[in-house]
Design a protein around this ligand. Sequence first.
Ligand SMILES: Cc1ncc(COP(=O)(O)O)c(C=O)c1O
Length: 410
Amino acid sequence: MGTRRTFIKKMSALSMTAQMAKSCIKEPISASSDWQAIADQFFKTEVLNFNTGSAGVMPIPVYKKYVDNVKLLSSYAPYEVLKDFNANIKESMDRLSSFVSATPANLSLVRNTTEGLNALLWGLPLEKGDEIIYTNLGYPYVKNTLELLRKKKGIQAKLVSIDNLDFSDEELVEHFEKAITDKTKLLVVTHITHKTGQIMPVRKICDLGKKYGVEVMLDAAHAIGHIPHSLSEIGCDYYVTSMHKWFSAPLGSGLMYIAVQHLEKLFPSYSYPSSKQGEITKFDYTGTTAFQNKMTLSSVLDFNQSIGIDRKAKRLRELSLYLLNGLKNIKGAYSVVDKDRLAGIVTFSLSIRYYKKLVDALAEYHNIHVKMVLLNKLGHLRISLNIHLMESDIDRLLTALQSEVNTDKY
Ligand SMILES: Cc1ncc(COP(=O)(O)O)c(C=O)c1O
């Protein structure tokens, strides 16, 4: 690497790759050899990673681009490098907005879902006595933020407890409807729940919100790169997703959406030029950040678009169903969730008491990483199935589970 000219050449090459990716989206991949070719684009490790739900990994082409970008930022003055990438980042934002069916003027890059949700919840002009509804299937830090909002601003958090996990869309919407009062200003809903992997009927919940004049904020941490979704169709007011989970972006890559009618009224916690009050860019003034993440987005989009989100979601379900089928042979395995609500996350219980011990044993003796979750205070295993995994990896997990569960250690 050397001169600014090579640098600019690199940029044009990047944007050409983007164009090529757009124009060469292939026919549906169904053969397992094709999925193997995709899995081969990820680093092979001895440890099987079934925890994309916490954080995903970059495929090798994205990783390489990321490392190139880190090198550029370590070779030249970072803000100068960034200046040269601005057109490229703008193009990525355009592509991202098509990916989620929104307009770039409603999207902002944040570090993650936690940051985006907090920026929104603290930025809303809510007053003492106003109510925000949340559920027990939501992420714990949402509840914590609502508790702080209660302490600092007197905003009331109201829990909708979803105890029966085998609910219909209508039953779920009814739960929310019953909880709404004339004080309710906002529903916070998890798009794909982190504990159960259930895909929530977000469009119907947003319709309910509109019926009562209540805004809907989606904690969509798991949504991007996991299932197809269109923000214009869902009609939510706010949405935040973590691109470093299922979308294979570098860690610390989040995306926030604010519907146009709400842009003016929000107040970011950080200062910004007053001329930006009506723009989502008012949330961008957070200081120096991981520029390499933004610079790598074009490569993330190339990778995702070369597969196609419909095909990917179908594949994730295929892997989930494969696991569910295999679980039939494991003593006491029971999946709590209706399989029609699933994509790439499967949660189940076993006839054991010590889940943490099992998770540790899977890591230590079998080189397998899974996540333990608590549902109604009871232990469960959560398995995230992303495209770096194949059926043979699931077989390895099933064999390990079989051998551990058949001991009396748990
Ligand atoms: C439903 C849900 N919301 C929010 C988050 C927070 O995501 P991040 O750490 O990317 O901010 C997570 C993380 O696992 C999650 O599962």
